[in-house]
Design a protein around this ligand. Structure first.
Ligand code: ADP
Ligand code: MG
Length: 231
């Protein structure tokens, strides 16, 4: 990567390693990985099961601290922050999307999204208004008051996308976002993520082993045994 790309990058990862456990049971899940993601760029990280994709994504989003190495977000060294600073960073700087949607089953679709705005400091009325606007843009206007169990898989994932966007994060991180969707709906979700990246200039990092979503990415990286390899 040249200096200009580095200077413009939203997220910079330098020599990041993650080891779990110690002694005989120690596992090195990610080893000395470096990468950078530009604003508005969609990076797809592919690799077989167990190759370290979720571990790497969790470190990118400050859910997990690297054992070694550094992660910078817009110039801030987030990998060096104290544990008690991380919840706020996660809430405001990152939007997370998971394969099993992770919606709260007792809350309506709207409440699932509004709650995350409230956690970041928005008042109830303002949070619900923001959530409703965003969900309407994502085609969920008729589903606001539905419980998650009444929604299709594609609708649940769109609620999760609205939740990921509600605090206006610079970076969207998605872990196997199409794993529980049929291929047509999976593709729709990926096109939606692409539109969000390009229209709103957000960086999107997706980890997946789904070959079918390669075409929506600007760049595809291949992870194997915790390291990037040539495809
Ligand atoms: P992927 O998402 O590509 O399937 P993971 O990041 O989940 O890969 O796992 C990478 C490696 O780290 C695997 O060998 C896995 O068993 C191990 N691993 C993942 N999470 C933990 C954990 N919390 N404790 C111990 N080992 C783990
Ligand atoms: Mg995984």
């Amino acid at each position: 990567m040249n200096d200009e790309a580095m200077n413009n990058a939203a997220l910079i990862v330098e020599g990041v390693t993650k080891r779990y456990g110690a002694g005989a049971t120690e596992v090195t899940a990610v080893r000395e990985v470096s990468m950078a993601v530009a604003p508005g760029e969609i990076v797809l990280i592919m690799g077989p099961s167990g190759s370290g994709k979720t571990t790497l994504l969790s470190m990118l989003g400050a859910l997990l601290k690297p054992t070694e190495g550094a992660i910078q977000l817009n110039g801030d060294m987030i990998s060096a922050l104290a544990e008690n600073r991380l919840p706020d960073i996660r809430l405001i700087k990152f939007g997370f999307i998971f394969q099993d949607f992770n919606l709260l089953s007792a809350l309506s679709a709207l409440e699932n999204v509004a709650l995350v705005a409230q956690l970041a400091g928005a008042k109830g009325r303002e949070a619900r208004k923001r959530a409703a606007g965003l969900m309407t843009d994502l085609g969920l206007g008729e589903r606001l008051n539905f419980l998650p169990e009444k929604l299709s898989g594609g609708e649940k994932q769109r609620v999760a996308i609205a939740r990921a966007l509600v605090n206006d994060p610079a970076i969207i991180l998605a872990d196997e976002p199409t794993a529980n969707l049929d291929s047509k709906i999976g593709h729709e979700i990926m096109r939606l993520l692409r539109r969000i990246a390009k229209e709103q200039n957000r960086s999107v990092v997706i980890v997946s082993h789904d070959q079918r979503i390669k075409d929506i990415a600007d760049r595809v990286l291949w992870l194997e045994d915790g390291q990037f390899k040539e495809m």
